[in-house]
Design a binder for this molecule. Structure first.
Ligand code: ADP
Ligand code: ADP
Length: 228
């Protein structure tokens, strides 16, 4: 599903964000990416979603080498990735329904199909009753669930989340993670970047750890804290 081969990223201006990173995530896996602020987590996710390009090395998504794909293929690969952000980028002047519908409208789905899918997605995150509300009327945890519904509404096989629980307390954070577990159990690959070690410690998932752009551990989270 995701493969990094000797990937380095140096930004214009010389800031080295990733250094010779290698890892492989299988279809259907759920894994965490952790490390201090500035360790390179966001950069690594941006390489997967093709918002940034590697300086050296290869990133492969579903067997496609991102260095050699065409612009048209980029659109197809992006369609297969649901992105979830810390501050969820919701449109506050649109309803919950319209926010979740957005990716489908861009794809040109019919109104009927859009409604059906948006309702299914809102149902999955437990927000069916709030479809007509403005996101402004929702709590932080609910807003994050709207962001998740929007990310899954066109059923991408891969979910990428960048600090999805950043603004949430431990209980709400666990609720968000258990939503990811539901999707994972339905066959979706899930890759979550977080510096919330408490959250990771409460679970036993594969955890990849970055430090100063280098991948220093990759395994079950027993030795969490190794990078502190
Ligand atoms: P994290 O998500 O782990 O906090 P980032 O990937 O955001 O880490 O950052 C890794 C390093 O790359 C940091 O030193 C950061 O300052 C730098 N960096 C991130 N984005 C850019 C950019 N667009 N231009 C220059 N440097 C950047
Ligand atoms: P179809 O694509 O077959 O028309 P639906 O949209 O009705 O199906 O959804 C079928 C089932 O898949 C539902 O039970 C729904 O909860 C579940 N589902 C929908 N989207 C996702 C998703 N992104 N990941 C996992 N399961 C999903």
């Amino acid at each position: 599903m995701i493969k990094f081969e000797q990937v380095s990223k140096t930004y214009l201006g010389g800031q080295r964000a990733l250094s010779k990173v290698n890892f492989h995530i299988e279809p259907g896996e759920m894994a965490f990416l952790t490390g201090h602020s500035g360790a390179g987590k966001s950069t690594l996710l941006k390489l997967i979603s093709i918002m940034e390009r590697p300086t050296v090395g290869r990133v492969l998504i579903n067997g496609h080498d991102l260095n050699t794909i065409t612009r048209r293929q980029i659109a197809f690969i992006r369609r297969d990735i649901g992105m979830i952000f810390q501050n969820h980028h919701l449109l506050m002047d649109k309803s919950v329904f319209d926010n979740v519908a957005l990716p489908l409208i861009i794809e040109g789905y019919t109104r009927k199909e859009t409604s059906r899918r948006v309702e299914a997605a809102l149902e999955m995150v437990g927000l069916s009753q709030k479809a007509k509300n403005s996101p402004l009327m929702l709590s932080g945890g609910e807003q994050q669930r709207v962001g998740i519904a929007r990310a899954v509404v066109n059923k991408p096989p891969l979910l990428l989340a960048d600090e999805p629980t950043g603004n949430l307390d431990p209980k709400l954070s666990m609720e968000i993670i258990s939503l990811f577990e539901d999707f994972n159990q339905a066959g979706v690959s899930v890759f979550i970047a977080t510096h919330d070690l408490g959250l990771i410690a409460r679970m036993r998932y594969r955890t990849l750890t970055l430090r100063h752009g280098q991948m220093i551990t990759d395994g079950l989270n027993e030795d969490e804290g190794a990078w502190q």
